[in-house]
Design a protein around this ligand. Structure first.
Ligand SMILES: [Zn+2]
Length: 386
């Protein structure tokens, strides 16, 4: 029932309340990580759910990877929230995060229902709300990544990897965050297995656990598999909703842009013709930009390995589905997911067939301080937040 009571919920629990009813509108209670270019964005005053700030766990599901964010947003793609949208959410959408209570349940009502209860209470009409709740804390539970591979035939110790996180927030089933990324990666693997069963390099897919708590699954993988980090030709990560991927981006290694451009120019015109509705752009930034902790691709950058972001058109990800009660199956645009899986399979194929291994020389130039932010050892046990 993680419905965003934040630190206020903790205080109310300590004060002895038996439960609390909240209605936290989407994007009202914390700094909107997608509104970097939006001066009006940022942290709102806190809804009835309280001012619980977002802990600095890092994960914010932004963009396709460490390099994609600003380029995609600048192109009007991949970013969401759009101009002026910071602080505004979709109709009837409630955010689902930051409930730390362990004894007093927090129940979220949508705005309309909450307002009715509020008005009745204000008018001394003594509304009664009957709740049928069944929840239990299960204690420490194991989390695990789901990994699959097609073994390389010529260079089995070199790897091309697809990446998406498998976990979601608990307000709904997580269809667009990140079910669609997972679907893309699985379908791309199915295509590759059928059309390219004996790849030059080993092709892997990582469905990461515990991304939402701070990129834990992917960080654990990079820590546990130095052989993959050493031989990684490229990682393709997708994590910004069901939209059509419209940008491929990379940064940080001097050699990486050249390779990405080579692969891009071999894509069918369907993806590269500027008049095509399906056109995909590619970009390379000498030094990384954007939010480095946004999604799993960032942790690979800690090892100086090539990481490619797949930035999707935002649709209503930021306003309706991201971390809300509305992130359900019906929001998936399967035509877009099909497009993304086809593109992912093509890029992985091209990266695998590339005669050269991408060199690891780090780009000169002024890198942002604290970039990337998520380097370090991953916690192997849950840390209490408060
Ligand atoms: Zn995500």
């Amino acid at each position: 029932m993680g419905l965003g009571t934040g630190t206020l919920g903790m205080r109310l629990e300590k004060a002895g309340v038996v439960g609390m009813i909240t209605s936290r509108n989407k994007l009202s209670g914390f700094a909107n990580p997608f509104a970097a270019q939006n001066a009006g964005g940022g942290r709102g005053p806190g809804g009835p759910g309280g001012p619980g700030g977002r802990p600095s766990v890092g994960a914010s599901d932004r963009g396709g990877g460490p390099a994609s964010s600003l380029a995609a947003a600048a192109a009007g793609r991949g970013g969401f929230g759009g101009g002026g949208a910071g602080g505004a959410g979709g109709w009837g959408v409630i955010e689902v995060f930051e409930t730390y209570n362990t004894t007093a349940p927090a129940v979220g009502l949508t705005c309309e229902d909450y307002s009715l209860v509020y008005r009745l209470a204000e008018n001394n009409q003594k509304p009664m709300v009957t709740l049928d709740l069944d929840a239990a804390l299960l204690g420490e539970q194991p989390a695990f990544n789901t990994i699959a591979m097609i073994k390389g035939s010529e260079k089995p110790d070199e790897y091309v990897m697809l990446s998406a996180h498998f976990d979601s927030w608990d307000g709904s089933s997580g269809a667009t965050d990140n079910g669609t990324g997972t679907l893309m990666a699985m379908e791309a693997m199915r295509i590759l297995k059928k059309a390219y069963p004996n790849p030059k390099r080993t092709i892997m897919v990582g469905h990461w656990a515990s991304e939402e708590q701070g990129l834990n699954g992917s960080t654990a993988f990079t820590e546990d598999h130095p052989e993959v980090m050493k031989g990684l030709q490229g990682l393709f990560n997708q994590d910004n909703g069901t939209g059509r991927v419209q940008s491929l981006s990379s940064s940080g290694l001097t050699d990486i842009g050249r390779h990405l451009k080579q692969w891009y120019t071999q894509l069918p015109g369907f993806f590269t013709d500027s008049l095509s509705a399906n056109v995909v752009s590619w970009s390379f930034n000498d030094v990384p930009t954007g939010n480095p902790g946004g999604t799993d691709g960032a942790v690979f950058a800690c090892f100086g390995t090539p990481s490619f972001g797949m930035g999707a058109v935002g649709w209503n990800y930021g306003t309706y589905t991201w971390h809300t009660n509305r992130d359900t199956y019906d929001k998936i645009v399967f035509d877009d997911v099909k497009h993304n899986a086809t593109l992912a399979a093509l890029m992985v194929y091209l990266a695998s067939e590339d005669p050269e291994f991408i060199k690891r020389d780090r780009s000169p130039g002024t890198w942002p301080a604290n970039w990337p932010a998520n380097c370090g050892k991953v916690p192997r046990k849950t840390r209490p937040r408060y």
